[in-house]
Design a binder for this molecule. Structure first.
Ligand code: PLP
Length: 424
């Protein structure tokens, strides 16, 4: 036993404000594994919340980062230009569209802030439409956009004005079939335009193509395509928040590729640099060119080391790990589906690539947060790190690094099924 755990020391000095999924004190990471201060090894199927997409301390990322540290650690993009910054920008545009441009910041929230600022600046319209059950960050503006938990907004009300919340399709719980649910949500959006804010007053619609915090709910293609159509009709800018879905997580470099819809503005963070603080917005060139000089900025955005890491990540993903995410995601869902057949408490297994959610209900069909909490707790005792999500906290998310192998998925499935067996 360590004399005083990192957890005990942390509790004494940090406020309780941030939710903490575990009390683990971790001293080392490698691939899909983490080691705690007692020497215990954990299979990490949380990836620091969908961040370490190429695994902990990937040797190629480490090599590129070390090389960059020996060359230049900070310059400030408001002051100078440097190779990793420009190269990463070029590579991202190449991956999205040569007619787009890119701007770097540090976090997902910051990228979303930049996106809505850009949309307001360019359209000169005040309104923003976000979605119920969405999560876009913790700054005051992104807290406003977020609508997945009233707790996130508690005592912060009096937020950004002119933000309206549309319904996001979730047929599993609405009891409608997918087509009817899409129709219902289109109707709810029309009602916002009819009763609350005219579309000509709306600068942007911000949406996660697959909701993360909100419960790993994949939007139907028809709905995302409808949003594109509405935006085109009314000159509204479509923002895809791909902070969690981006960088190979869904088995494609960007989740929008699943929907055959390109956003006007794409926001990226989390997996982009495998743990180094970096985010980006990638937006149509004509929008970026109209973003008035001096109206946005920041000290650390596009840090040389973070960009070096992102360049290595992108190379690895495009080389093999996006394909692996698709393949392993399919395998994982097949294995989980076998368990669904065994337990009535599993309502649905859903997701894209290696962004998989398992939704739990009680025998009477109510959201089952108690069971989720127990399963996650027991899994941790057995050496598997899992997280929950969903408005009702009744979804377990499986987000291993995209380098994960079949044998590691098998190990996770064994632990997960043991937990269900012991609890149910
Ligand atoms: C979809 C989405 N957007 C934005 C954010 C906020 O990102 P960050 O915590 O880096 O500010 C998150 C984080 O969980 C997210 O999942």
């Amino acid at each position: 036993m360590v004399e005083r755990s990192l957890y005990a020391r942390a509790k004494a000095i940090f406020p309780p404000v941030a939710n903490r999924a575990t009390s683990l004190g971790i001293v080392k990471g490698e691939g899909v594994y983490l080691w705690d201060e007692e020497g215990n090894k954990y299979l990490d199927f949380a990836s620091g919340v969908a961040v370490t997409n190429v695994g902990h301390n990937h040797p190629y990322v480490v090599q590129k980062v070390v090389e960059q540290c020996q060359t230049l650690i900070h310059g400030g993009h408001n002051v100078i230009y440097y190779p990793t910054y420009v190269e990463l920008g070029e590579k991202l545009i190449e991956a999205v569209d040569p007619n787009y441009k890119v701007y770097f910041s540090n976090s997902g929230a910051e990228a979303n802030e930049a996106a809505i600022k850009l949309a307001k600046q360019v359209t000169k319209r005040p309104g923003i439409i976000s979605f119920k059950r969405s999560f876009h960050g913790r700054t005051l503006a992104t807290t406003t956009l977020t609508a997945s938990n009233s707790g996130y907004r508690q005592n912060y009300e009096g937020l950004l004005p002119s933000v309206y919340y549309a319904d996001y399709p979730y047929a599993t719980r609405s009891g409608l079939n997918e087509e009817e649910e899409v129709k219902r949500c289109i109707g709810a959006l029309d009602e916002i335009f009819h009763c609350l804010i005219a579309p000509e007053q709306v600068s942007s619609i911000i949406v996660e193509p697959m909701q993360g915090e909100g419960g790993y709910v994949v939007a139907p293609k028809a709905f995302i395509q409808h949003l594109r159509k509405v935006c085109d009709e009314h000159g509204i800018l479509l923002i895809f928040d791909e902070v969690q879905t981006g960088f190979g997580r869904t088995g494609k470099l960007f989740a929008y590729e699943h929907f055959d819809v390109k956003p006007d503005i794409l926001t990226l963070a989390k997996g982009i640099a495998n743990g180094f603080p970096l985010s980006a917005i990638v937006a149509k060139g004509e929008l970026m060119d109209a973003w008035t000089q001096g109206t946005h900025g920041g000290t650390y955005g596009g840090n040389p080391v973070a960009c070096a890491s992102a360049l290595a990540v992108l190379e690895l993903l495009q080389d093999k790990y996006i394909d692996n995410a698709k393949k392993m995601g399919e395998y994982f869902v097949e294995e989980l589906t076998l368990l669904k057949e065994k337990y009535d408490e599993i309502l649905e297994i859903r997701g894209l690539g290696l962004m998989i959610g398992v939704e739990f209900v009680t025998k009477t069909g109510e959201p089952n947060a108690t069971l989720v909490k127990k399963v996650i707790g027991k899994a941790l005792e057995k050496g598997l790190i899992l997280l929950n999500c969903g408005v009702d906290k009744n979804v377990i998310r499986f987000i291993p690094p995209l380098i994960v192998k079949e044998e590691e998925i098998n190990k996770a499935i064994t632990i997960f099924s043991e937990c269900l067996e012991e609890i149910l």
